[in-house]
Design a protein. Structure first.
Length: 234
């Protein structure tokens, strides 16, 4: 564990929840926060644990999941850099409602709930900025749920691949080859389909130029993939 560097603060300022805060306000709210590195996969918290902190993903990925009756993981949400997560629990019940697993190689900021809420009480005007951030997050979730309900499994997968290709293009300039950051079973749960439906969706995407080799994906016709997403789901 380590204290926050100035570069970490710059990243935190990009999160939807905390964007809009001044440098001084951000430093005040992050009093007592620290950075933790996870070289291996690790359970961050379990359903029912006390929500005594929330987090910022700086590097890597975390999965929020519920356990089915058979003990399997059902992925509820995946968080990539740069975003906050688990903040709702500290504002509501004070209990984590789900389980959370950190991917190997992740780097997170832990923000203690007690100090954070104390600073908010001292500076209530900051709370209005945070409410705006939470509202943006809610709008995003509503949009995501709407997308899932209105699209076929192939379209859901295509939407995910297009977003992944755009992210790769931003960093390397090449959007034709991407690597799935999730296992296929986790990806299926993430986009709300059964694992066998994912296999069928991958086969259907071959018709629009998507080739799969394990977790390596080649997109040979990105415009065809975009057209597929825009079609009415059958």
């Amino acid at each position: 564990m380590s204290t926050l560097a100035s570069s970490d603060l710059e990243l935190v300022a990009q999160t939807p929840l905390l964007a809009g805060l001044s440098v001084g306000e951000l430093a005040l709210l992050l009093d007592g926060a620290h950075v933790a590195v996870y070289p291996e996969v690790e359970l961050l918290f379990s359903q029912g644990d006390k929500a005594d902190r929330f987090f910022v993903v700086l590097e890597g990925r975390v999965n929020l999941f519920a356990l089915t009756e058979t003990g399997d993981q059902s992925i509820i949400e995946v968080f990539d850099p740069i975003c906050t997560f688990a903040e709702a629990a500290i504002f509501s019940s004070g209990i984590f409602p789900l389980n959370c697993e950190v991917a190997a190689g992740s780097r997170l900021i832990h923000i203690p709930a007690g100090l954070f809420l104390k600073r908010l009480a001292e500076k209530p005007s900051i709370g209005l900025i945070l409410l705006s951030g939470l509202s943006r997050r809610q709008v995003h979730l509503i949009h995501e749920i709407s997308e899932l309900k209105s699209k076929s499994p192939s379209q859901r997968l295509a939407t995910f691949l297009l977003a992944l290709a755009a992210k790769v293009a931003d960093s390397s300039g090449n959007s034709e080859r991407v690597r799935l950051p999730l296992t296929k079973s986790v990806l299926a749960s993430r986009i709300g389909i059964a694992p066998e439906s994912l296999s069928r969706a991958l086969n259907r995407l071959k018709a629009v130029g998507v080739e799969t080799r394990g977790r390596e994906i080649e997109i040979t016709d990105i415009e065809a993939l975009r057209r597929l997403v825009r079609e009415d789901a059958a």
